[in-house]
Write a protein of this length. Structure first.
Length: 201
């Protein structure tokens, strides 16, 4: 029997403070945004996506094609409005897949991940997250919370706003399968919650 319903929070959320808009003033005023765009990304211009109001995700992916469909599916279902994903030089079709998603903005970088891992997501949050909640789960992580899936993420964030919260740090819970990895489906229809149902208590 799957046990995801028993889990608590599984990622870190922050609500970015309103401030100068780095989209019109690069480099930005944020700590990660002090680095120029072209020092981080292998792109000619800063993307300027139209992002609806509401929570967004910032993430980094390298050759994560087996996990991306379910990652996007799960977080769309809870109410994420847009995904800002750094493609760290993928070669498995991830880039083409992400470019085909209307609610994803892909950032391309060949930079060495261990050197830039503390820069990629903060830069995106500083640049695009003014006045909104920003979630930063890895591509092999799903954000779940008390009351999920019946309670919407918007309702949870409204509660936190009313309480005056501007950041939440949550534990990551490792999930396990009952089957050997060789027997677990890795196709685009694979569901993380179905394949990895168990956790240590």
């Amino acid at each position: 029997m799957c046990s995801w319903e028993a889990l608590g929070l599984s990622a870190r959320l922050t609500k970015q403070e309103q401030g100068p808009n780095p989209m019109t003033d690069i480099p930005s005023s944020g700590p990660a945004g002090d680095m120029p765009f072209t020092d981080i990304f292998d792109m000619d211009a800063v993307p300027r996506p139209s992002i609806p109001d509401g929570p967004i995700i910032v993430a980094v992916a390298r050759d994560e094609m087996p996990r991306l469909p379910d990652y996007l599916r799960h977080h769309r279902a809870i109410g994420i409005r847009h995904f800002l994903i750094v493609d760290n030089d993928s070669t498995d079709g991830s880039a083409e897949y992400l470019d085909a998603q209307p609610d994803v903005t892909r950032f391309f970088s060949k930079r060495h991940f261990p050197t830039f891992k503390q820069v990629f997501r903060p830069w995106l949050a500083d640049t695009y997250g003014d006045g909104r909640w920003v979630l930063a789960p890895d591509v092999d992580e799903h954000f779940v919370y008390p009351g999920w899936p019946e309670l919407t993420l918007d309702a949870l964030l409204d509660h936190w706003d009313q309480q005056g919260f501007d950041a939440v740090f949550a534990p990551m819970v490792d999930m396990y399968s009952e089957k050997p990895l060789s027997e677990i489906s890795q196709g685009p229809d694979a569901r993380l919650a179905d394949n990895y149902c168990l956790f240590d208590a």
